[in-house]
Design a protein around this ligand. Structure first.
Ligand code: ATP
Ligand code: MG
Length: 654
């Protein structure tokens, strides 16, 4: 279609298609597309069928009650999330199955069965009750990737106390703000964690935060590193001492389907963190169904979601989804390049992992480090790969497919958000042909669309705003303590029945969705609305480039000029001739209009702690503005370096 009619220009065209491999299809749970038709014919009935896979104490009276924008699912039903993750499997004779193969960064290994997990969760649930935690009380959890993290979450779920997990890499200020927003009564933390061989003093950070957290009555500390820290008598307790005093039996609370299961603050790429509230029945239904169908979960799988439980990916696809499906998971505490850049591959090999789910940022790092690291290991057990977190550049996708998947594993590129609770746009790996860089199609029962400024559906081939036009069971019910912000953020642009994701997207002629990044990142160059993702992907398409971030700065001639920050693969040096080559490459790949005006070669890019490129800060740098909020940044020093480079003119301009 003519570009002038597009809300966001769709320039990149990716021609490669990967059909589901016949071997994979032969064993797949979903082998044909009829599931899409059935779900489309009656989406409520589809979700009700998924809900029947869970154990309910009382069956719901109606599947859905929608008073836009407010929705309730499985109204009148009661259940318990921890019972669904643990007890029912143990009662059915599955207690000896491994829930987690855990590995610490220093190298120790632990195997935890479903029965052991149930016992420990029950003990800790009793301990929380003994500390005065009851239904509806909030518990903050500030832990690294240790087995006690899922234990603490499930113990909260067991007694009906919503948890608020704060990523262990966050500072004491971030922890303080989140504790105070949720008014948590108890904090669960650990003495210290390991990251790249260094000690992360979690308890000391927590103590700093707690100086300004009046709601906290008790602190439970898990002993992990054995490091010294302060101990406040009466308030502080050791986790191991508390659970020793308790019996491994704690009846699960009967929760209403709409009772909150947890609060999780979004990573804050775009501003003040929002406490996203997920409820019990709908959330459990949707994460269990999506996990099973998208990852094609079989009884003998060894599934590894390499995210951190501190993000929603870990909540839904390390804890609640996999456990509800009685899956064996791998869980790793530390950094992927510690002590060497093949750490993940050695863990995958040793555990004979069959499914790996990670993020584009990690894949681009693997690309930068080179294929010799995975090549040292036997990864033949892998049969399915996944990605989440950012749009994946086609070259990174193909690299992942070739070097990690050995050319035999489908890749599920899964689009979703903290707010959506579960994956919404994704291939089902046994039926949907894949196109590198596309999250393909909405999950059965999901109605997604791409619309223009007025809310009209943009014809296939064009770009615009991604919206969801009907509810699904795991949608966030509100923002904690701020329902107005919930309505304002997600349901005000096109009315209360249309959820606005805040991402740009285009659909190709086959109806496939291509995510174009955040709407806030879209640039206006000479009258064209360009997405950063397509220019970045064109840059990453050049064999010298590992990663790229594109932003704009005001320009008298073209309105906004394109500034590209580029990280090259190891072995390459950025200079004028590489810059010229890259400009030419972008022009050839997507058109002259998208050629970067300025190119800056950097060793790294500023990322959020969940690994996403923070274009907002690069925009500040490119425009010579003071830097915005950097508290959610993982690598603050990088912005300083880039800032200095720009100041000293270490860039190539055209
Ligand atoms: P905040 O909302 O606080 O700024 P955030 O959006 O980074 O933080 P998340 O909810 O973890 O927090 O991330 C969801 C966003 O990540 C999506 O809106 C989208 O921009 C991006 N994303 C996730 N998965 C994909 C994917 N498969 N393809 C493209 N983009 C993705
Ligand atoms: Mg977001």
């Amino acid at each position: 279609m003519a570009e002038a009619h597009q809300h966001i220009a769709a320039l990149l065209s990716e021609e490669r298609v990967f059909e589901p491999p016949p071997d994979f299809v032969a064993g797949a749970l979903v082998k044909d597309r009829s599931i899409y038709e059935r779900a489309e014919a009656d989406y409520q009935a589809f979700w009700a069928k998924q809900a029947e896979r869970l154990a309910w104490f009382r069956r719901w009276e109606s599947v859905m009650d929608w008073q836009p924008p407010w929705v309730k699912w499985f109204v009148g039903g009661t259940l318990n999330a921890s019972f669904n993750c643990l007890d029912r499997h143990v009662e059915a004779g599955g207690g000896d199955k491994v829930a987690y193969h855990w590995e610490g960064e220093p190298g120790e290994q632990r195997t935890i069965t479903y029965k052991e997990l149930l016992d420990e969760v029950s003990r800790f649930a009793n301990a929380l009750k003994a500390l005065g935690v009851g239904r509806g009380d909030r518990v903050a959890i500030y832990l690294g990737m240790v087995p006690e993290l899922p234990v603490a979450m499930l113990a909260c779920a067991r007694i009906g106390a919503p948890h608020s997990v704060v990523f262990g890499g966050f500072s004491s200020d971030s922890l303080r703000d989140r504790i105070n927003d949720a008014e948590a009564k108890v904090l669960v933390t650990q003495d210290g964690g390991y990251r790249r061989g260094a000690l992360v003093p979690l308890k000391a950070n927590a103590d700093e935060a707690l100086a300004e957290c009046p709601s906290i009555q008790h602190v439970v500390t898990v002993r992990r590193a054995g490091n010294e820290h302060a101990f406040t008598a009466g308030r502080d307790h050791w986790y191991h001492e508390l659970i020793e005093e308790q019996i491994p039996d704690c009846p699960p609370e009967e929760m209403d389907a709409e009772d909150p299961l947890y609060i999780l603050y979004t990573s804050g790429t775009t501003g003040k963190p929002k406490g996203i509230v997920h409820t019990t029945g709908g959330y459990m239904t949707a994460v269990t169904a999506t996990h099973r169908l998208i990852f094609d979960i079989h009884d003998d799988d060894v599934y590894w979601c390499a995210a951190d439980i501190g993000w929603v990916t870990g909540h839904s696809y390390i804890v609640y989804g996999p456990l509800a499906n009685h899956t064996t998971s791998v869980m790793y505490e530390g950094a992927p390049d510690w002590p060497d850049k093949d750490r993940l591959w050695s863990i995958a090999e040793r555990n004979r992992a069959t499914i790996l789910y990670t993020a584009p940022t990690a894949i681009r790092a693997f690309m930068r480090w080179g294929p010799e690291h995975p090549e040292k290991h036997d990864l033949s057990s892998l049969r399915l790969l996944g990605t989440v977190g950012e749009p994946i550049n086609p070259e990174a996708w193909v690299w992942y497919w070739k070097y990690i998947g050995g050319g035999r594993c489908p890749i599920v590129d899964t689009w979703w958000q903290t707010e959506t609770g579960c994956i919404l746009i994704t291939p089902l790996p046994g039926v949907i042909p894949l196109k590198p860089g596309s999250a393909t199609l909405p999950f059965p029962g999901i109605q997604a669309d791409v619309v223009d400024e007025e809310g009209n559906s943009v014809p296939l081939g064009g770009g615009g705003y991604l919206v969801l036009k009907r509810p699904w069971p795991a949608i966030a019910r509100t923002i904690w303590g701020d329902p107005d912000r919930y309505v304002q953020t997600y349901f005000s642009k096109y009315g209360p029945d249309i959820y606005v994701a805040g991402d740009g997207a285009k659909r190709d002629e086959d109806g496939y969705f291509w995510l174009l990044g955040r709407i806030d990142d879209v640039m206006n160059v000479a009258g064209h609305r360009l997405s950063t993702y397509e220019i970045e992907s064109a840059l990453v398409d050049n064999p010298k480039v590992a990663e790229a971030a594109v932003v704009s700065r005001p320009d008298d001639v073209v309105g906004e000029a394109i500034v590209a920050f580029v990280t090259l693969k190891s072995g390459y040096e950025g200079d004028e001739s590489v810059a010229a080559e890259l400009r030419e490459h972008v022009a050839k790949k997507i058109g002259k209009i998208a050629r970067p005006h300025a190119l800056i070669f950097t060793n790294d890019l500023p990322k959020t702690r969940s690994g996403k490129i923070m274009r907002r800060l690069l925009r500040d740098v490119a425009r010579g503005r003071p830097l915005g909020d950097v508290t959610t940044l993982a690598n603050a020093e990088v912005v300083e370096q880039i800032h200095d480079m720009v100041q000293t003119g270490a860039r190539t301009e055209e």
